[in-house]
Design a protein around this ligand. Structure first.
Ligand SMILES: [Zn+2]
Length: 619
């Protein structure tokens, strides 16, 4: 049967074979990747995953084939050649991108299209984090060219083979169509949706097949924040407040060895250290929002879009405070944080060629402010240090832990499986923590010294932690709630030398604690403006706190509920406004452990109570 002339059939066959080889190579990439999850004993939904890969692979081949086929039917010879070459180049770009995506997912647990990566791309700071070298650029370009050549040859050879069977490319097209249907049935019919590990490893699977959680029931909600009417309350006392936030600061860094300055300060009678402080999320923007608003981090999505003003900041302003922010990283450009920083009377952005210079500029500016006349009046000052973000910066004289990786190390081409490299990597981080500790200690000591005989309160914490292969991955962007990512230090100091008991605390507690320290007139309970509690009051021994994932619930549906002794991993069901289920339990140190059904129910009740406390259903 001849659908097109033999010559055109040959071109069409070549294009379709090239597409098929591209698609099958992509399939092999991701199935190879799933194998790693299988090795870790996690459920993969193997056949469903294979079906998905088959569907994507054949769909892709059909797509490329359809796009390029009209050119192959053109009379001009150069158009045919261009179509064949174009298919090969496009396939090569796809394959190299898929390789990088696989590598990124293998090391960091995120995909190229995840918001944590696209935010970085948007900020133009890719190179600061990834440090792409010229050699890597050449390697990627060279690989793409080699790949394109290989695909072109495969298409050429394939077309000769196809011609022996049939006079046109139609047989390839029909085979692809059959594979697509088989793949679709496999991915939808056998396991739909796939279990968590597989569904997050396969690119775009979550976006395509896992139902979104938001508004899936068509319910409409309105914001009820804060939960009381009437005029703004004022502050009874006028203490000055200092909130120091450190980028990427693991909880286990607060020790005499790694943070000698902060360690010495926390042992003073004026200060208390939390035994277990949990960040609200594992990304900078969500955590900054949560700290400054005193609300669960996922409220960021809704309040931010509607520019709902920050209640504690409004109270400070209403009470005549200077409300200032200062940051070493361009926080206003991170995610959608500008609506948060714009609420400060001024927000200083430090200058400098690298994070070390900017942190030094930030320290200078902050110390100048404390010593100025404005520093003598009541103020709320938020300061954000940044050198501890990957690639972990510090001046040479802070290289205490050796051997440390060089600043020019590469995340992409470096062999992170080598134990020697891992040690150097962690040492580099510890050195940067030591550098920031020095700045934090200097600033906090000055604040305490200038505050002698005055009323003040200070808090130091980290936005989130950082995993160093503790559970197989690196960094903090991947959706995971292990302590290396979510537990950070918290040191609270106050001029009353009030001794506090802090067994379990959260980012959402800082602002209600500050307002409670000053006293609100008329009195308003923290629960009416915050997801947290005042740490000045007696703590519930059975207290629970919430850690949520990046872009919850739109893109990720996982949460963690943490108690002093347990951790509950929770998925939000796609159907219904607030239905959750506990998918796994562990002890407080992430060791899998069984928990009684009554405790699991308690965690869910806590979620149901706190989840939409600041929202009201309107119909
Ligand atoms: Zn961060």
């Amino acid at each position: 049967m001849t659908l097109v002339s033999p010559k055109r059939g040959k071109v069409l066959s070549a294009i379709l074979v090239t597409s098929l080889v591209t698609a099958l190579s992509l399939w092999a990439f991701y199935l190879g990747h799933l194998h790693r999850w299988l090795a870790r004993g996690e459920p993969t939904g193997w056949w469903g995953a294979a079906g998905y890969c088959l569907m994507v692979a054949s769909g892709l081949a059909i797509g490329i084939g359809i796009l390029t086929a009209p050119f192959s039917l053109a009379r001009a010879g150069w158009v045919e050649r261009a179509a064949r070459a174009g298919t090969s180049v496009l396939g090569a770009i796809l394959l190299v991108s898929a390789y990088i995506d696989n590598r990124l997912y293998g090391v960091l647990g995120v995909h190229l299209y995840d918001s944590s990566v696209t935010t970085l791309l948007g900020r133009g700071e890719v190179n600061a984090s990834l440090h792409i070298t010229l050699a890597e650029v050449l390697l990627v370009s060279g690989s793409t060219l080699a790949c394109a050549l290989a695909l072109w040859l495969a298409g050429w050879a394939g077309s000769h083979f196809v011609r022996r069977i049939a006079q046109g490319g139609w047989i390839v097209g029909v085979s692809l169509g059959v594979l697509f249907v088989v793949g679709w049935v496999g991915s939808r019919g056998i396991h739909a949706p796939l279990p968590g590990a597989a569904s997050s490893a396969l690119p775009f699977y979550d976006l395509r097949f896992v139902p979104r959680a938001v508004n899936s029931t068509g319910e409409a909600w309105t914001i009820h924040y804060p939960r009381f009417g009437g005029p703004l309350p004022k502050l009874l006392r006028k203490p000055s407040f200092l909130l120091i936030l450190v980028e990427t600061l693991r909880g286990d860094m607060l020790s005499p060895e790694y943070m000698p300055e902060l360690w010495a300060l926390q042992s003073r009678p004026t200060c208390t250290r939390s035994a277990n402080h949990q960040a609200s999320s594992h990304s900078t923007d969500h955590c900054v929002f949560s700290l400054l608003y005193g609300l669960h981090s996922y409220h960021d999505q809704i309040l931010g879009k509607r520019n709902v003003p920050n209640f504690p900041i409004r109270v400070f302003k209403e009470s005549g405070y200077h409300v200032l922010g200062a940051s070493s990283a361009p926080l206003a450009q991170w995610g959608e944080l500008s609506y948060v920083t714009e609420q400060f009377q001024s927000f200083f952005e430090a200058k400098g060629a690298d994070p070390v210079e900017r942190d030094r500029d930030l320290l200078r500016w902050s110390m100048d402010f404390l010593a100025s006349d404005s520093g003598k009046e009541p103020f709320f000052l938020f300061v954000f240090f940044d050198s501890t973000h990957h690639k972990y910066y510090y001046p040479p004289d802070f290289e205490k832990f050796r051997p440390a990786l060089a600043e020019g190390h590469s995340l992409i081409s470096g062999d992170e499986h080598d134990p020697e490299i891992r040690t150097r990597f962690v040492n580099r981080y510890r050195n940067s923590v030591g550098f920031v500790d020095n700045s934090v200690g200097t600033l906090l000591r000055l604040f305490i010294r200038l505050g002698e005989g005055k009323d003040w309160m200070a808090a130091v914490t980290g936005d989130h932690g950082e995993e160093f292969w503790d559970h197989g991955l690196l960094g903090h962007a991947s959706v995971s709630f292990t302590n290396d990512r979510s537990r950070v230090p918290l040191v609270l100091c106050n001029s009353d030398s009030r001794s506090l008991s802090l067994p379990l605390t959260s980012h959402v507690d800082i602002m209600p604690t500050f307002l409670d320290y000053a006293g609100l007139i008329p009195p308003i309970e923290p629960a009416d403006f915050s997801s947290g509690v005042s740490l000045l009051r007696a703590q519930d021994a059975e207290r629970l706190v919430l850690v949520s994932s990046i872009d919850f619930p739109e893109k990720n549906r996982q949460l963690a509920v943490v108690s002093p002794t347990s951790k509950y991993l929770v998925w939000k069901d796609p159907e219904g406004a607030k239905t959750f289920r506990v998918t796994s339990t562990s002890d407080a140190e992430d060791v899998p452990a069984q928990r009684p059904e009554a405790d699991r129910q308690k965690a869910l009740e806590f979620l149901n109570d706190t989840y939409r406390r600041f929202f009201v259903r309107v119909r």
